[in-house]
Each structure stands twice: as structure tokens, then as C-alpha cells.
Design a protein around this ligand. Sequence first.
Ligand SMILES: N=c1c2ncn([C@@H]3O[C@H](COP(=O)(O)OP(=O)(O)OP(=O)(O)O)[C@@H](O)[C@H]3O)c2ncn1[C@@H]1O[C@H](COP(=O)(O)O)[C@@H](O)[C@H]1O
Length: 111
Amino acid sequence: MNASPARVSLEDLAAIVAARAASESEASYTRTLIAKGVAKCAQKLGEEAVETALAAVGTDTKAVISETADLLYHLAVLLQARGVSLDDVYAELGRRTNQSGLEEKASRPRG
Ligand SMILES: N=c1c2ncn([C@@H]3O[C@H](COP(=O)(O)OP(=O)(O)OP(=O)(O)O)[C@@H](O)[C@H]3O)c2ncn1[C@@H]1O[C@H](COP(=O)(O)O)[C@@H](O)[C@H]1O
């Protein structure tokens, strides 16, 4: 059995998720989740976001780290299911570096 890497980046995670999505492994949670569709992936992301927020206001720092890892994994799954790449997101973040968060907020169309 291969040893686990010491660190896994978002790019590594996206590549793992893409490979599992394309695999035919019955043992893959990723493949099973993506097969259930975008709505199920979105539901899981929402659950993990709430669990991360709850951990953040608690006292257990290891729980914050663990829930954040779950959240990032489920974000990678949702982006894969939705056909959005990390490069798309990085380009959007790059576009925002020319303005402050408050300027960006003010530039949004009012609903
Ligand atoms: N990082 C993760 C990761 N984080 C969380 N999870 C799974 O996400 C699930 C979330 O837990 P829940 O208790 O909410 O899930 P559940 O109740 O079983 O889920 P539902 O019935 O609600 O769908 C658990 O089954 C976790 O194991 C992950 N599953 C996979 N990965 C990565 O993806 C790789 C490939 O995994 P497989 O696709 O399973 O081979 C792994 O090697 C990891 O690198």
C-alpha cells in the first residue's frame, strides 16, 4: 500500500476527485456522490459548511481543521459535478484583486 502524501493541495484534491469521478470503482465515495447529481453534491457541501461554522465557534481546533478538510473535499466534488475548474475560480479571484471587498460589494446589481 502506498504511503499517504504529507500534504494535499486544492489542485491535488481536484485531480484526485476528477480521477475518481472517471473511474469505475464501486468503492469510490466520490464516484457514488457525483452519480447522485449536482443537487446532492450541493446538499453535502451545505452540510459541511454548517459543520465547519459550528466547529469554528467551538473550542476544538482539531475539529475546525477536520471539518474544513471535509468542506474543501466536498467543494472539489461540487465543482467537478458542475464542470467548474479551479482555474476558473482563481481567475475570478484574480479579477477581484484590483478592488477592495467593499468596492466589489457596492458594484453588485441591487436586487
Ligand atoms: N478527502 C476526502 C473526503 N473527506 C470526506 N470524505 C467522505 O465524505 C463523507 C461525508 O461524511 P458524512 O457522514 O456526511 O457522509 P454520509 O452520511 O456517509 O453521506 P451521505 O449518505 O449523506 O451521502 C464520508 O464518507 C467521508 O469519508 C471524503 N472522501 C474522500 N476524500 C478524498 O477523496 C479520495 C478518493 O476517495 P474515494 O472516491 O472514496 O475513493 C480519498 O483518497 C481522499 O483523498
